[in-house]
Design a protein around this ligand. Structure first.
Ligand SMILES: Cc1cc2nc3c(=O)[nH]c(=O)nc-3n(C[C@H](O)[C@H](O)[C@H](O)COP(=O)(O)OP(=O)(O)OC[C@H]3O[C@@H](n4cnc5c(N)ncnc54)[C@H](O)[C@@H]3O)c2cc1C
Length: 375
């Protein structure tokens, strides 16, 4: 243990916060994790995980469980809406890891694996509360919680998501997440023999399938939607069925016939933002969606949060003053996260404007290759 730091508070128990908590506690720090949701839930959808994201998952120490409970598959097949094959995006082996290709998993399954490890390594988990006040005292941070307690920490990591209260509190002038004019529908369905992730480019939108277990895959449909309004819950199934009507590929037909009220249909408007540097103030650092919330066009948002955790733990292990650690962290993370947010937003723009397909394919391929670089 080369670092003088001992006590850390992580605010937000999502993928980024749990990953950071596991790695820092394993390094010998005394970590508390503060999660506002008393039930520590995540939404019921599936998630697509790139090879580079799996590399971070391997470094967090949960790759075997991911493989056991999720699905691993190399490459992504691209088709038009009728099922005519267009292209295959390669997902090359990730240097420096045992990971080949990418994968998918149900979010609650991944969250459960991370939550179990968080508890097993001995993190002090505080559920159902948040902070009232964060006071930087120079040599420590004093945090008052809504449960009435007050503690001093060597540093605080905020991983409280795209609408981060910590960001709003410490960086009131930071950019706010912007609605992009697209939303994503997700549902869980049987795999119907699908071997690897597939994307179908229809005239009206983009339909994707990603296997999330031996038997199940999740559907994601990106809808162009000028307003951020929602469809009433009781109309969602019929609405989604209508959106999928133009897709006549055989697997899409099977999915349309299968969709039913138990399909776990979810709609989320897409928002993106990148916070300009600095991502820290004094002894408080922001990670994950709190500073780089991306749309899912490159399936890398959660992966960026896992990587943040790996890099932060690495820099903490190297030691030094808190500001130096945060500065080194930010230096290593900035360009990669900026690139993901910018390229994802550009892909959305192309889809909205019906812009150049060649640019879309090129951005996807170049980003996939760029992400193979060490973190
Ligand atoms: C429709 C959609 C599809 C996506 N698909 C993919 C995909 O396929 N692959 C991928 O890699 N990424 C995907 N993403 C992105 C991914 O979901 C996010 O990047 C990831 O969840 C961010 O994790 P996080 O831990 O930083 O933030 P969050 O997941 O938002 O977690 C924040 C946590 O903090 C807690 N919290 C919030 N406020 C407070 C507070 N004040 N005090 C204490 N706790 C608080 C919350 O309850 C939550 O548990 C998708 C995003 C969307 C919107």
């Amino acid at each position: 243990m080369t670092t003088p730091m001992q006590k850390v508070l992580i605010i937000g128990g999502g993928f980024s916060g749990m990953s950071a908590a596991i790695l820092l506690q394993r390094q010998g720090l005394d970590v508390s994790l503060l999660e506002i949701d008393p039930n520590w839930r995540t939404d019921g959808a599936g998630i697509t995980v790139s090879g580079p994201s799996l590399r971070a998952i391997e470094q967090i120490g949960i790759l075997d469980e991911f493989k056991q409970h999720g699905a691993i598959a190399a490459n992504v097949d691209m088709f038009n809406g009728n099922g005519d094959f267009i292209n295959q995006i390669k997902t090359p082996a990730v240097p420096g890891s045992s990971v080949v290709g990418g994968g998918g998993i149900m979010r609650p399954v991944l969250a459960k694996i991370l939550a179990r490890h968080t508890q097993e390594v001995g993190v002090n988990v505080i559920l159902g509360h948040t902070f009232n006040d964060i006071a930087d005292l120079g040599d420590r941070v004093r945090v008052s919680l809504t449960n009435g307690s007050q503690e001093d920490y060597d540093f605080v990591v905020a991983a409280d998501g795209v609408f981060s209260k910590v960001r709003q509190t410490l960086f009131p002038d930071a950019p706010t997440p912007q609605y992009t004019g697209q939303g994503v529908w997700r549902a869980v369905v049987p795999r119907f023999g699908l071997e690897r992730p597939a994307l179908f480019f229809g005239a009206t939108g983009k339909l994707g399938f990603t296997p999330v277990s031996a038997d199940a895959m999740y559907l994601n449909y990106t809808e162009l939607r000028p307003n951020k309004d929602r469809i009433p819950a009781e109309q969602e199934l019929e609405y989604l069925r209508k959106l999928l009507e133009p897709f006549t590929a055989p697997v899409a037909e099977k999915v349309k016939q299968h969709l039913n009220p138990q399909s776990q249909i979810l709609y989320r408007p897409l928002e993106g933002m990148i916070m300009p540097r600095n991502w820290y103030k004094g002894r408080v650092l922001l990670i994950g969606d709190a500073v780089h919330a991306t749309t899912p066009h490159l399936a890398s948002g959660a992966g960026m949060g896992h990587e943040d955790a790996v890099v932060l733990a690495d820099e903490v292990a190297k030691g030094g003053a808190v500001t130096d650690i945060f500065e080194r962290f930010q230096h290593r993370r900035w360009e990669r996260c900026r690139m993901i947010v910018a390229n994802s937003l550009r892909l959305g723009e192309i889809e909205k404007s019906g812009g150049p397909k060649e640019e879309h394919v090129q951005i996807m391929a170049l980003t996939m290759t760029g992400l193979l670089a060490p973190i």
